[in-house]
Design a protein around this ligand. Structure first.
Ligand SMILES: [Zn+2]
Length: 459
């Protein structure tokens, strides 16, 4: 019979102080951890591999005496067992430096190459030891004879993998995942000169500002519509580990007032586990078109309210919207569609025309480079070219047109009228309200006193 038991790692962690955050232990074949995922769901395959007890503790003890089999569930009373065994083991932690190989680290730990190959040969998971990144930490545990008993690879603060000797030439592994504590955080800001400036003054990271702009990307043109005194409030998750902030989770609820009109959105995780943003009434924030055909980071990171308005309106007749932007700024298609023209002409310079469904066409002129070909299918937000000044253009800008049934229309007014992506189905409405109303109430609570304060300061 093969002795190939997997130990329940929560047993080992159980000996740590009580205030330790919740620890998730997975015995996993392959488990790529993503920082953004707060919830780790073991796949059925992974779950099936969990055969926690009885536990073979010989790996962490220096005695050959048989140990009592622990009870099927962990209780704090078992902790002393663990402490006894840990004392008998020598431990050495080494940081992976630039250019280090696994054998360098084994040499530094004074463990034989034979044991290293034993470990590497113990299964496919051990192969990842051969791909070390600088800054990662390896912790070797040896018995009194200097034989490797376990090796822990700390990938990042949230995850480590531990290899533990089970027999004279076998190692088992455990992937241990910690879940950060999440708390809602709130920020609000009033825009003076730039969305990014206001956001960072309020303590928001650029990626959170981008995330917020993305939520409203069908309602607000963040390149042209933003005005002084526009304001927003946003509630998002902050993630902590051992009391220290390690990152941000998603935006939970957000409201943005643009030129006196307030848009609100709330995050909802639907029946099938997909998270999307909706209006408080359950209408999707995603629409057939986004408002800004440009990478707004590049333009609004240093916008000046006076420069916001179209600069290049001298050419008549003018049927589109002009976005002044640095040469090379990525240009997006504002909706899913098919490229019906991509070429060069004297007035247009490099241009791309896109057909969306039966009725809509968008046009993008004066590009430095075209990144799509005629006939190609494109997805909303896909880069189709870069800003330039080819054709009749006095400086680098994007000339953008929106046509409905062949007639030029103002994208600002037409896009808001277009049908939205599917709303929350009636059957899911109670679930939607139950999940989102507390979030919206919290956002409003945060907002209430803070905004009153703001009014007092700026009558
Ligand atoms: Zn123009």
């Amino acid at each position: 019979m093969q002795n190939h038991r997997k130990s329940n790692s929560s047993l080992r962690i159980g000996g740590l102080p009580k205030h330790f955050p919740r620890v998730h232990a997975l015995i996993a074949g392959t488990a790529a951890f993503m920082l953004s995922l707060a919830i780790i769901i073991p796949t059925p395959e992974v779950a099936a591999k969990r055969t926690p007890l009885p536990v073979n503790l010989s790996a962490v003890t220096s005695t050959d005496e048989p140990l009592p089999t622990p009870a099927p569930t962990f209780t704090p009373a078992e902790t002393p067992l663990l402490n006894v065994s840990v004392e008998a083991v020598k431990s050495l932690s080494l940081q992976v430096r630039n250019g280090d190989t696994l054998s360098d680290l084994f040499q530094r730990a004074k463990i034989s190459a034979k044991e290293m190959y034993q470990l590497l040969g113990s299964g496919s998971e051990a192969k990842q030891l051969a791909r070390l990144a600088p800054g990662e930490e390896l912790t070797f545990q040896m018995n009194n004879d200097g034989q490797l008993q376990s090796l822990k690879l700390q990938r990042d603060r949230l995850s480590h993998i531990e290899f533990t000797r089970t027999t004279s030439d076998q190692f088992e592994h455990a992937l241990i995942q910690r879940e950060p504590d999440s708390h809602p955080a709130y920020r609000q800001a009033q825009i003076d000169s730039s969305l990014f400036l206001a956001g960072s003054d309020a303590g928001l990271s650029d990626s959170l500002i981008m995330e917020m702009a993305d939520v409203f990307s069908s309602d607000i043109d963040f390149a042209l519509d933003i005005r002084k005194d526009d304001h927003f409030s946003v509630m998002f998750e902050e993630q902590f580990l051992d009391g220290e902030k390690i990152g941000n989770g998603p935006i939970l609820a957000v409201s943005f007032t643009n030129q006196g009109k307030t848009f609100s959105a709330v995050r909802y995780v639907d029946n099938s586990g997909d998270a999307n943003y909706y209006t408080p009434e359950g209408k999707s924030m995603r629409k057939a078109f986004i408002r800004t055909p440009l990478d707004i980071v590049r333009i609004s990171s240093h916008f000046n309210p006076r420069r916001l308005h179209p600069v290049f309106k001298s050419r008549r007749p003018h049927n589109g919207t002009d976005y002044a932007a640095p040469r090379g700024t990525p240009v997006y298609t504002t909706g899913d569609g098919r490229v019906i023209a991509a070429g060069y002409s004297k007035p247009n310079g490099n241009y791309v025309f896109i057909q969306h469904g039966e009725r809509y066409v968008t046009r993008y002129l004066h590009l430095t480079k075209r990144k799509v070909k005629r006939g190609q299918r494109v997805k909303q937000h896909q880069v189709i070219g870069t800003v330039g000044s080819t054709g009749y253009a006095t400086g680098p800008h994007l000339h953008y047109e929106f046509l409905v049934d062949g007639r030029h229309r103002n994208p600002a007014t037409i896009v808001r009228k277009l049908p939205k992506a599917k709303s929350v189905p009636a059957s899911e409405m109670i679930r939607f309200k139950n999940q989102t109303q507390p979030l919206l109430a919290k956002l409003e609570n945060f907002q209430g006193p803070a905004l009153a304060q703001l009014d007092e300061d700026n009558p």
